[in-house]
Write a protein that binds this ligand. Structure first.
Ligand SMILES: Cc1cc2nc3c(=O)[nH]c(=O)nc-3n(C[C@H](O)[C@H](O)[C@H](O)COP(=O)(O)OP(=O)(O)OC[C@H]3O[C@@H](n4cnc5c(N)ncnc54)[C@H](O)[C@@H]3O)c2cc1C
Length: 400
């Protein structure tokens, strides 16, 4: 049998893409291959669970566009299938004059990105969040939270109910593009499909190379480490609390996030990982480290971000440093409040010149599309990303 479509990766981008392919071409045959025993095992199941509004992104960029439409699409999907979510709003907190200045820039950016914001002075901030200290704040009411694992399970049900197949424990080991189809192998077992979409997150560069595509980037793992506050402190905040981001850094800074189970987590930081899929602290994988150690882009990016990188490593090893990051805006958190919580690992594409790829990166051939960088907020944006990929794949098929 030749499938119309094969999708590799049971994270939210792969599942949304499969769902949108079937939406655009009902009745098409589709096979999704996931190497783990459960869906959303990697980035999607280890994230902060935030439905972002998209305030940070350059107006007119793909990231801004996908995030704005993705936030609406995610909430509509949850409404349709009865998945609980909460629109609890997010507060960006300025703690000094330079952050207050940068906050003004974000107000303008919100206007350009058509996102509703409310500026708060110190007293209004205290009124809304008595446990948060700041000299000003920016409230984004539409930001929400959801359990993305539940979103993925529901997407998988939609795919299965359409009569299509999701194979778990199916680690793709070879890909070969022919003139009329693509052969995908899992060990000795082979499948054939007219088109292939690969959404392999932390393994995406290896999968592209496995398929014979020349790449000029490499995935470098950046751990996002969290702590959970004890149940007695679950009511410490009503909104999601974020620092004003530093424009020189690609990550958003340690924040306080309310989760759907009622707990509050602190994090994530962004510290160099020594294993792409090793979640416990100090995980080490020789292949992962030796691959980036010989990649020139790794040393260039480390050189450029040395001071910040060392600070992140120090704060990862010593809780007191991590605590300092949260205490900038929440004095009532104590060291004993930082209880263990599993880390997430970001698949960060880095170019040979050391540039951290900030936007989506797609590599295409006649019959394949590889998603090579799907950075945050790709969980929020997955549905429009899936729509775009599906339209591209189907449009291309018509041209062949
Ligand atoms: C710490 C952290 C916090 C984040 N917070 C947020 C947030 O709050 N909101 C938000 O919108 N975004 C957030 N993000 C970003 C978001 O989670 C990711 O961008 C998104 O989940 C990427 O989805 P994906 O499907 O591309 O990757 P993944 O979820 O990593 O899925 C890739 C899948 O491919 C599979 N795979 C890999 N190789 C193979 C193979 N050879 N054969 C078969 N299968 C394979 C993997 O097992 C995996 O299941 C966060 C990310 C991290 C790491």
């Amino acid at each position: 049998m030749v499938y119309d479509y094969c999708v590799v990766g049971g994270g939210i981008v792969g599942l949304a893409t499969a769902m949108e392919l079937l939406e655009l071409r009902p009745g098409a045959s589709l096979l999704l291959l996931e190497k783990e025993a459960s869906l959303a095992t990697h980035q999607t199941g280890h994230n902060s669970g935030v439905i972002h509004s998209g305030i940070y992104y350059t107006p007119g960029s793909l990231k801004a566009e996908f995030c704005r439409s993705g936030s609406k699409a995610t909430k509509a999907f949850c409404d349709k299938y009865g998945i609980p979510y909460e629109t609890c709003g997010k507060l960006l907190v300025a703690t000094n004059a330079s952050e207050l200045n940068r906050m003004s820039g974000l107000v303008e950016r919100a206007r350009l990105n058509q996102i509703g914001v409310e500026r708060l002075d110190a007293a209004e901030l205290r009124g809304r969040e008595p446990n948060i200290d700041g000299i000003g704040g920016l409230l984004i009411p539409e930001t929400g939270i959801v359990d993305y694992r539940r979103v993925c399970e529901t997407m998988a049900s939609v795919i299965r109910e359409a009569g299509d197949t999701i194979e778990m424990n199916a680690k793709v080991t070879a890909i070969s593009e022919r003139q009329s189809s693509v052969i995908v192998a899992v060990g000795k077992q082979e499948w054939q499909a007219s088109r292939l979409v690969v959404c392999a997150g932390l393994q995406s560069d290896r999968m592209a190379r496995m398929a014979g595509i020349q790449t000029s980037h490499q995935i470098i793992p950046f751990r996002g480490e969290y702590f959970r506050l004890p149940p007695a402190k679950s009511g410490i905040v009503q909104h999601l609390i974020y620092p004003i981001p530093d424009p020189k850094l690609p990550f958003l800074g340690v924040h306080l996030t309310r989760m759907m189970d009622g707990s509050v987590i602190v994090g994530p930081n962004a510290v160099l990982g020594f294993a792409r899929e090793g979640y416990p602290q100090f995980s080490f994988n020789l292949r992962d480290v030796s691959e980036y150690a010989v990649f020139p882009g790794f040393w260039k990016t480390m050189g450029r971000n040395l001071k910040h990188g060392l600070k992140e490593i120090r704060n990862s090893i010593f809780k007191a440093g991590y605590l300092q990051e949260c205490r900038k805006y929440c004095q009532s958190i104590e060291i004993a409040d930082l209880t263990p919580y599993e880390a997430g690992i970001r698949a960060q594409a880095v170019l040979k010149d050391g540039t951290l790829v900030d936007d989506f990166l797609f590599l295409e051939t006649a019959r394949m599309l590889h998603v090579c960088n799907a950075p945050s907020p790709a969980a929020t944006s997955a549905i429009p990303i899936g729509k775009m990929i599906a339209a591209r794949i189907i449009g291309k098929a018509r041209m062949l």
